[in-house]
Design a protein around this ligand. Structure first.
Ligand code: 7RM
Length: 466
């Protein structure tokens, strides 16, 4: 059974959720027997009486008692798909016992939740942050958790602060991309609201830049609500590295210290652990924790090679990090081909796969570049089969394919059409060059002599969209 709404509200737009579900069912999700639809907007929907049921007509006739199903601690709880450096997204599997123990424990401690508090996490529930810290952690802890349907900037840049004031929110948890967008849209906006109930404010999803950290601290937290810069991943299930409010001194851009029980370490590329402080390396975890991923759905070997084979007896996170003179961690970002767009992990390979599905495309290469609001933007280099007649039309078609295959979040911000991509002799695309061009640093391309087709560099530079 699928439970969905007719539409979701997203700022001024209504998203046709039922229509998306209809399409999935039609495409061959043969296991689906019923679709239970909650009427949110009452907008127009297609109705198949064989499988569709209205929520309001169905629940009225239901028993109010429902016996809990007994589960084994290691039974699967959910699968959440996440991007890696290669191939299709992996289905990260979490199980009942460990995940619930850890999200409850970390929620209570990181947010210092007290009875009677009102907590609000603005994440999308479809992201691991929504799973762990809107639903499981807070509800297991008996907390009051706020759910918000909308976007930060609608109807204006004061929306979040208005909700905080109205519901007297005590703990507020959001992402740097939202902070930067709100900061740009209304530097003084938070001052118009009573935010005196806020005791802890959190950040998650990507490195928070220093300017955004200070704005969040001063304008939102009024220098009186510690920022918890929480580092973790879909695979870790819950928060791993974070300051603890009132216990750890905060430092801009630093996720700081691991939670009790978590054992991070930094390795050099040869897998040698870097001892002591003031070092930088690949972030690994030495010892398992309750909500560690159990497998990648349908492919256990892939889980092993992806996370546990890079370095012996270690979980490898895919992130690089620094440890300062006091042992605090600062996360630098992904070391693999993964772009972090507004806190969403997007594999460059996935976007390339989607673009390549357009029949007019020969091949493509996707890289990230610094973006003021999103953290990173998506830059695509596309080689077409034939001469392009209408670039704008072609661009729109490519964006439509990406939206359909992955989702609107993966739409390239920039598409540069090229006659060839820079290739090494072994046929690998030289992403380093493409990354530099996308960043506007054409004077820092480095050695291009190992390219099979060094002549393409001038064309790439001339056509750069910067
Ligand atoms: C919770 C979540 C995981 C990746 C991770 C990092 C990046 C997350 C922070 C961060 C710097 C942070 N799960 N990341 N939190 N980088 N500081 N506080 O985001 O699976 O979607 O992404 O996100 O690169 O590996 S996720």
């Amino acid at each position: 059974m699928v439970i969905c709404s007719d539409y979701n509200r997203r700022g001024p737009k209504n998203i046709p959720v039922k229509e998306v579900v209809d399409e999935a069912v039609a495409m061959g999700c043969t296991s689906i027997e019923k679709v239970l639809v909650f009427k949110t907007t009452g907008g127009k929907v297609n109705w198949n009486p064989d499988i569709d049921l209205w929520w309001h007509e169905t629940v009225d006739n239901m028993d109010t008692e429902c016996a809990a199903e007994v589960m084994d601690a290691e039974d699967m709880l959910f699968i959440l798909y996440t991007s890696g450096s290669t191939g299709k997204p992996k289905g990260v599997v979490h199980t009942c016992g460990g995940y619930m123990v850890y999200t409850c424990y970390s929620f209570k401690n990181v947010f210092q939740y007290q009875d009677g508090d009102i907590y609000w996490c603005t994440a999308d529930v479809g992201w691991i942050t929504g799973h762990s810290y809107i639903i499981y952690g807070p509800l297991l802890a008996g907390a009051t958790t706020t759910m918000f349907e909308g976007v930060p900037g609608h109807p204006d840049a004061g929306r979040f602060w208005h909700v905080c004031e109205k519901h007297r929110v005590n703990q507020f948890y959001t992402a740097p991309t939202a902070i930067r967008a709100l900061m740009a849209a209304g530097w003084h906006e938070p001052e118009k609201y009573d935010l005196s109930y806020l005791r802890v404010i959190g950040s998650v999803g990507e490195p928070i830049n220093e300017e955004a950290w200070h704005w969040y601290d001063e304008k939102v937290g009024r220098s009186n609500a510690p920022i918890v810069d929480t580092w973790w991943q879909t695979e870790t299930g819950g928060i791993m590295i974070t300051p603890l409010p009132g216990i750890t001194d905060t430092k801009p851009c630093f996720a700081s210290y691991p939670l009790p029980g978590i054992q991070p370490c930094l390795l050099d590329p040869n897998g040698v652990e870097l001892e002591g402080n003031d070092v930088e390396g690949l972030l690994c975890i030495k010892f398992p924790w309750p909500s560690i991923l159990r497998t990648t759905y349908g492919d256990h070997e892939r889980c092993r090679t992806n996370y546990f084979a890079a370095f012996k007896n270690m979980y490898f996170t895919g992130d690089g990090a620094k440890r300062d003179e006091d042992g605090r961690y600062r996360i630098i970002g992904r070391v693999d081909d993964v772009i972090n767009v507004s806190g969403h992990r997007i594999g460059t390979a996935e976007v390339e796969d989607a673009i390549d599905q357009h029949s007019g495309v020969v091949e493509s290469a996707v890289v990230g570049y610094p973006h003021d609001i999103k953290g990173q933007g998506i830059y695509a280099y596309v080689k077409a089969h034939n001469e392009i007649v209408d670039e704008e039309h072609f661009r729109r078609e490519i964006l439509a394919v990406v939206t359909k295959e992955i989702g609107p979040i993966a739409k390239p911000d920039k598409i540069q059409f090229v006659s060839q991509l820079p290739k090494t002799r072994s046929g690998k695309i030289m992403r380093r060059i493409l990354r530099k061009i996308a960043e506007g640093q054409t004077d820092q391309l480095g050695d291009t002599s190992t390219l099979l087709n060094p002549e393409c560099v001038e064309e790439l530079k001339a056509g750069a969209l910067v």
